[in-house]
Design a protein around this ligand. Structure first.
Ligand code: CP
Length: 308
């Protein structure tokens, strides 16, 4: 298995063997991620962080991962304060930044931006989200969370919310298809999972069904993966207002759930999970955000050739 110098663009490129390898490496990183052990595994390495869209978790967990492993981070900072504001293209920005660093993390509003960047970069590009496209490192931490808090084998999972624009669920579906998961989808009808993805992942072995309500979706699943309605992706704000607040989890909704149900969410949440749910044993989303650190440590270690 070769990870060194490889770009990470979409989950389509990952085999189950590759994913399992990363998740095993992430387990070994956990004590370092928690600050219980020190490491200089990536000493001398520099990671560039280029975010053309807002982020809290992805940006900060990549930065934490690099710092915990003794590496350095070079953050582009605000796009408005960079030469992008003068009209510099993404391709030119990448061709310049790749001379300063050993790997580049890129978030961009345009689908396909990470793939484009990888064609111009001499160093590996790690896709931190490209529009409504993919978010592969989120998927790796989602799988890690499922492995740690529930089970990846024979998994029954419900994906709920904005399945049209939500890139995290697109990437997650591709990965879950490798594990033969039973996937239940529920969303407002305007925000269904694109047929192209449903067809692709069915062909890859996933068992899919679509249901009309969250209550129906959660009745026999191990994991409920909630997502935010992606307001920023709607071409027409009136269309957003029609679907906003249509799906919400409360402690009342959870009455039909299995006691061991885990609720995940890539975050940020807006109001699709009531705060009262945070105090139930089902809530898993803040742990999930932490697991981004060991997973991204493992990925950086592999891509930068510090571990195999
Ligand atoms: N899950 C996720 O991508 O969060 P951020 O937008 O805060 O990075």
């Amino acid at each position: 298995m070769k990870f060194k110098d490889q770009p990470v663009i979409s989950m389509r490129e990952f085999s189950r063997e590759m994913i399992d390898h990363i998740l095993t490496a992430a387990e070994k990183m956990e004590p370092i991620a928690r600050g219980e052990q020190r490491s200089d595994l990536l000493s001398g390495k520099i990671l560039a962080v280029l975010f053309f869209e807002p982020s809290t978790r992805t940006r900060m967990s990549f930065e934490t991962a690099m710092l915990r492993l003794g590496g350095d981070v070079l953050n582009l900072g605000s796009v408005d304060a960079s030469s992008i504001a003068k009209g510099e293209t993404l391709a030119d920005t990448i061709r310049v930044v790749d001379g300063y660093v050993d790997a580049i993390v890129l978030r961009h509003p345009k689908e396909g931006a990470a793939h484009l960047a990888s064609e111009f970069s001499r160093v590996p590009i790690l896709n931190a989200g490209d529009g409504a496209g993919h978010h592969p490192t989120q998927t790796l931490l989602d799988l890690y969370t499922i492995k740690r808090e529930s089970q990846l084998e024979n998994l029954k999972i419900a994906l709920a919310g904005d399945l049209k624009y939500g890139r995290t669920v697109h990437s997650l579906c591709y990965a879950l298809s490798l594990y033969g998961a039973q996937i239940t989808l529920t969303s407002p009808k305007e925000l269904r999972m694109p047929d192209e993805i449903i067809n692709d992942i069915t062909a890859r072995g996933a068992k899919i069904k679509e249901v009309d309500s969250i209550e129906e979706a959660i009745s026999d699943v191990d994991v409920l993966y909630m997502t935010r309605i992606q307001k920023e992706r709607f071409p027409d704000p009136a269309e957003y207002r029609k679907v906003a607040n249509k799906l919400k989890i409360t402690t009342e909704t959870l009455k039909s759930a299995k006691p061991e149900l885990k609720i995940m969410h890539p975050l940020p949440r807006v109001n699709e999970i009531d705060n009262n749910v945070d105090d139930t044993p089902h809530a898993c989303y803040f742990k999930q955000a932490f697991y981004g650190v060991p997973v991204r440590m493992a990925l950086l270690g592999l891509v930068l050739g510090a571990i195999e």
